[in-house]
Design a binder for this molecule. Structure first.
Ligand code: DAH
Length: 338
């Protein structure tokens, strides 16, 4: 091929190069050791010395020129690449917080309750949700055939095929931890409980309880009342008025129901307290000697108090939630408020 012809082909090809990979291809085709320009150099042998000299100079000049152009274009491609990689930060634009989930109201309240009891020296423990019948009933002084096994909503228990149950009360953890720990035992056990019942605005098959247990040599009803009072005052952030009403639980003797003067109407009567002026807040009592015995401790030496409260009900009171079923509804409109 004539040099002139090749020169114009190379110049046109170079103009058509549009990317760095095309440029690489171009370089190796025309400039490499086996490239087209080299081929013409090796053909110089056929020419006269004069012509050789002239063509050689032209070839060298052209090669230099093309090589220089290639390097320039290469740099241009690199620069363009760097510019597209660069992130442009405009600090004048408004901020944007990445969306995050919220903490469930029951979790907020459980944590709050835990920290109040922790300040009074209680440790937070967790018992199993799948429980054997001995811990859920028998060890709590509720043997088979005992009317209390059907009362207290305990007849509404979920039984598993292997005879275990989904615990119907966190009280089931009481004897578990008595057997494991040495007194003084000062613990709370928050957790989920299960009851097979019809659901409505104030009943769920699945709700949370918080169990309290204090076992020591000298424990009295006064201690129980003091702890409950302090807890409620811290939780509702006001001086709540409480009353201990005699009640019955198989695992405590004596047993009480604690009522709190309604914080919404101050005892006058409203929809929260169902016009009674008082709100039932928890069950409690002095641990029955049989339960202390079932926990592997000597009831002659060790006394205790226990209490159990729902976490759902105070959460509803605190946030004015009127339907317990909202907690497990997965309704984002509801959940995003907390
Ligand atoms: N376990 C009872 C219930 O589910 C609540 C309760 C009452 C727990 C009295 C206690 C207690 O520890 O002393 O209704």
């Amino acid at each position: 091929m004539e040099f002139k012809e090749l020169k114009s082909i190379i110049e046109n090809k170079f103009k058509a190069v549009g990317s760095s990979s095309e440029l690489k291809e171009f370089s190796s085709k025309y400039l490499g050791k086996k490239g087209e320009i080299r081929k013409i150099f090796s053909d110089l042998g056929n020419l006269s010395i004069e012509e050789k000299k002239k063509l050689g100079q032209e070839l060298n000049a052209f090669t230099d020129q093309i090589e220089k152009a290639v390097t320039e274009l290469e740099n241009e491609f690199k620069k363009a690449q760097r510019a597209t990689n660069k992130v442009i930060i405009n600090t004048e634009l408004p901020g944007d917080v990445p969306e995050a989930g919220n903490i469930h109201p029951l979790t907020i309240v459980r944590r709050e309750m835990e920290s109040i009891f922790e300040l009074m020296g209680f440790s937070v423990l967790e018992g199993p949700e799948i429980e054997d019948q001995w811990h859920n009933f028998d060890s709590l002084n509720i043997p088979e055939g005992h009317p209390a096994r059907d009362a207290l909503s305990l007849g509404k228990t979920y039984y598993l095929e292997n005879g275990n149950v989904l615990r119907s009360q966190t009280s089931s953890a009481q004897t578990r931890f008595m057997k494991k720990m040495k007194p003084p035992i000062k613990i709370i056990i928050p957790g989920k409980v299960y009851r097979y019942e019809k659901t409505d605005a104030s009943h769920e098959i699945n709700f949370y309880q918080l169990e309290g247990l204090y076992v020591d040599e000298n424990v009295s009803v006064a201690n129980l009342k003091g702890v409950v009072q302090r807890f409620l005052r811290e939780f509702f952030k006001k001086d709540v008025v409480i009353r201990l009403r005699p009640s019955y639980f198989p695992f405590t003797e004596p047993s009480f129901e604690v009522d709190m003067k309604c914080t919404v109407c101050d005892g006058v009567g409203c929809s929260t307290c169902k016009k009674i002026g008082w709100v039932e807040i928890l069950g409690c009592g002095m641990v029955h000697p049989n339960v202390i015995k079932n926990g592997g401790l000597d009831p002659e030496i060790w006394k205790g108090f226990a209490f159990g409260l729902s976490i759902d009900r105070p959460t509803m009171m605190k946030y004015k939630i009127n339907d317990i079923r909202l907690f497990h509804s997965g309704n984002l409109k509801f959940l995003k408020q907390f």
